[in-house]
Design a protein around this ligand. Structure first.
Ligand code: FCB
Length: 440
């Protein structure tokens, strides 16, 4: 038997995002967000659902915190619904919205759970989208002002602040393929958005630091390892290109201070104009970087291998390949001078059922997590500085364009009754946290 023991202060947690769990979409003065608008537009969401009610977390956060305590999580990663606090995106503050997050943070602190806050997990106020959204540079300044409002109010209790969750998904899914809100399909807009997200990140970091120098500032990137299908030089080169095109587009400006050559190749004439001073702003020193990891791409010179023989796939159609996490962590660790790393999302969607005993037996999710925890431990032994791990997700929730059809939770949510049931994976995770080790 091998035992993998984690450092005593390792930050075990779970993650959620405002639009995916809160519901109460138009309550207490909340403004409309681009995800409200998108999900209310027929044909956009697979099961025609919306986040109007979702997990009703807005009303049930106390119950959810009690569940977090039962699992023994040390940290809880959540995001702020910008339009709940600033219904028009800027200007007048909606105190009821701000109070909600204040109460949430108070309850977390009272339960000794570290709040890990994300400012932007995709739900831009619709009012700002109406003025051009992230294509419009003014939105970057609105984001900085919103950041200031939040850190003034919560900075005394929240240490970890993330500016953006997954700029690449905002860029590509929101503005190139249009599968996500705001549903734009325009390469020129997409690359302009990508750059403005970076500028807004920089302004956000400045706002955090100038308002409260005590807080830790970071960003969350989603990184899919790109593995070559064979050892042929052609496949190796193809994998390198695939990695460069997607992942370095954000890693390089943040951690090297310039866009990679691959970005210019990829964007071509759509490469956005970079103003004087932008790159210095974007490349400010961070206190941590969050990495979301789900799977990898297996790349050959002829394109991606869609189905890898012998591999397991999740309900998302993503290959289960935990060793790719270790390889990816080692790769970024050698390619960049990184601050401490938190795995800010990792998890899997499977078709869970409630058994006759009332429990949810989800051995595949449990095994997925176990394998990824082990690979993270191995990467740490290789010398990668990983400080914590947030499982995606605390609860089953609204999985964007897929609606409620994909369940990622450690806790099952019955959407008819809002009843919560901790799954076997959640019970197992509780034991991992309690003993701070894994064995196999
Ligand atoms: C990530 C998102 C998160 C969730 C998972 C499955 O890209 O950050 O909100 O949807 O994927």
């Amino acid at each position: 038997m091998t035992i993998y023991e984690f450092p005593h202060n390792f930050l075990w947690g779970a993650a959620t995002a405002s639009y995916q769990i809160e519901g109460a979409w138009d309550e207490d003065g909340k403004g409309e967000s681009i995800w409200d608008r998108f999900s209310h537009t027929p044909g956009k969401i697979e099961d025609s659902s919306t986040g109007d009610v979702a997990c009703d977390h807005y009303h049930r956060y106390e119950e959810d915190i009690a569940l977090i305590r039962r699992i023994g999580l040390k940290a809880y990663r959540f995001s702020i619904g910008w339009a709940r606090v600033l219904p028009q995106g800027r200007g007048k503050i909606n105190l009821k919205g701000l109070d909600f997050y204040d109460r949430l943070v108070d309850s977390l602190c009272a339960a000794n759970i570290e709040p890990f806050l994300t400012l932007y997990h995709w739900d831009l106020p619709q009012a700002l989208q109406d003025e051009g959204g992230w294509e419009n540079r003014d939105t970057c300044h609105a984001f900085a002002d919103y950041t200031t409002v939040m850190v003034k109010r919560l900075g005394d209790r929240v240490k970890y602040w993330t500016t953006f969750n997954e700029p690449s998904v905002i860029t590509y899914d929101g503005n190139l393929s249009g599968e996500h809100a705001p549903g734009i399909q325009d390469p020129r807009v997409a690359f302009q958005v990508a750059h403005h997200l970076m500028v807004a990140h920089g302004l956000g970091v400045q706002a955090l630091r100038s308002t409260n120098p005590q807080v830790e500032a970071g960003i969350v990137l989603n990184l899919w390892m790109a593995d070559p299908a064979t050892n042929s030089p052609e496949d190796i080169a193809a994998a390198e290109t695939a990695w460069n095109r997607s992942e370095t587009l954000f890693l390089d400006p943040i951690f090297k201070g310039h866009y990679p050559h691959a970005a210019y190749e990829l964007a071509g004439e759509n490469m956005p104009a970079v103003k004087d001073g932008d790159m210095t702003l974007i490349a400010q020193k961070l206190d941590y970087v969050g990495i979301n990891f789900y799977s990898r791409n297996l790349v050959s010179a002829n394109g991606n291998i869609d189905i890898v023989p012998g591999s397991e796939y999740t309900e998302m159609g993503w290959e289960v390949c935990a060793p790719a996490l270790r390889r990816m962590l080692n790769k970024i660790n050698s390619d960049y001078d990184l601050p401490p790393i938190y795995i800010t999302e990792n998890g899997s969607a499977f078709k869970d059922e409630v058994s006759a005993d009332g429990k949810v037996h989800d051995p595949r999710r449990l095994d997925y997590l176990k394998q990824h925890f082990i690979q993270t431990h191995l990467a740490m032994q290789d010398g990668v500085d990983v400080r914590g791990y947030m499982v995606w997700s605390l609860l089953d929730n609204f999985e964007w364009g897929h609606g409620y059809s994909k369940r990622f939770g450690l806790i099952r949510v019955d959407y008819d009754t809002q009843q919560r049931t901790i799954k076997d994976s959640g019970e197992w995770y509780a034991e991992v946290i309690r003993t701070n080790q894994i064995y196999e």
